[in-house]
Design a binder for this molecule. Structure first.
Ligand code: NDP
Length: 292
């Protein structure tokens, strides 16, 4: 079985280079091997690689930049994804893809289930939803995993930024009225491999699944936990815990709207694969160990 991984250098892509290896002949491409803004190149590479499974870990993930560049986000997150879906349909391949809690408006009181109505509030969210729709409309074999608040040891992310600021400042103001499950790229890649193996055995149906760590916290809760975890491992910080202040979203305005509730109900995937998704703190602790 030939697996084509697109987006090998992103947070999730790097981890997939490890977890997909035992499952087949893996060809992994980064931006230098395939620019998703070039539709002709997408079609050409898909045809020449002739993979049985396409795993798309690439995405236009600059949420705030997308507000002023919706066409750019659409090109990568929807048009290129549509071409992958059409290729998969026409050639009997399986497309594995990732989407986001940002397809929802965040007003639901409970965690979102897969069938809840989507209502993206940002250009990024609209482009990711358009990618989902292109896959569903194509009728190709597909597994789409919606995830949330992704972090990893590679690249920039919220946790690493907070740890740096905690060493530089006496106090921090962090948004406390958005809740979600911080989810590690490691976990996403681990479950992706399990899902691919189960799909091949005929034990997992195609469709959209929510894939996130268990539990939930706010950005303030995540920052506080990560700083405390690093401190317990010997890191020294300027900021004291009492000086990590919770603030409302309105006090930290950004170009793109974020959902207040980003919680995803993962029951469908957990039941289908017999999984016990770990609490978000476990992988945050792993990250702290990796980068300390
Ligand atoms: P990253 O931003 O870490 O990686 C995205 C990758 O896509 C990068 O390697 C980037 O390349 C590549 N890429 C972007 N534009 C192009 C292009 N035009 N041509 C080729 N490659 C391109 O994303 P994550 O690993 O964090 O995200 C994985 C998936 O999870 C995505 O589908 C994302 O939408 C989704 N998701 C992410 C969340 C998060 O918090 N990060 C939350 C919820 C869902 P380069 O390195 O060259 O820039």
């Amino acid at each position: 079985m030939k697996i084509l991984l697109i987006g090998k250098n992103g947070q999730v892509g790097r981890e997939l280079q490890r977890t997909l290896l035992p499952l087949g002949e893996l060809v992994a491409l980064g931006r230098d091997g395939l620019d998703l803004g070039d539709l002709a190149a997408v079609k050409r590479v898909l045809a020449s690689q002739a993979a049985d499974v396409i795993v798309n870990a690439s995405a236009y993930t600059a949420v705030d930049r997308a507000e002023a560049d919706e066409a750019g986000a659409m090109a990568v997150n929807a048009v290129a994804v549509g071409a992958m879906a059409e290729y998969a349909r026409d050639n009997g391949a399986l497309l594995m893809h990732y989407s986001t809690d940002y397809v929802f408006d965040g007003t639901k009181a409970q965690p979102y289930v897969e069938d809840d109505a989507t209502a993206p509030q940002s250009a990024y969210g609209r482009s990711k939803r358009a990618g989902e729709e292109a896959i569903l409309a194509s009728g190709c074999k597909a597994l789409v995993f919606r995830t949330s608040w992704v972090f990893s040891a590679h690249g920039g992310n919220f946790i690493k930024t907070m740890l740096r600021l905690a060493g530089e400042r006496d106090s921090l103001n962090v948004v406390a009225d958005q809740v979600g499950a911080p989810t590690s790229a490691e976990l996403i890649a681990d479950v992706t491999a399990l899902a691919l193996a189960a799909y091949r055995r005929g034990e997992l149906a195609g469709g959209i699944y929510h894939l996130a760590a268990s539990g939930a916290t706010s950005w303030h809760g995540l920052a506080s936990y990560a700083i405390a975890s690093a401190k317990a491992r010997g890191a020294a910080f300027k900021v004291e815990p009492a000086q990590i202040h919770p603030i409302p979203t309105e006090a930290y305005p950004l170009p793109a709207a974020r959902p207040k509730n980003s919680r995803l109900d993962t029951g469908k995937l957990a039941a289908a694969l017999g999984l016990q998704l770990p609490d978000w703190k476990i992988h945050v602790d792993r990250l702290i160990e990796q980068i300390s």
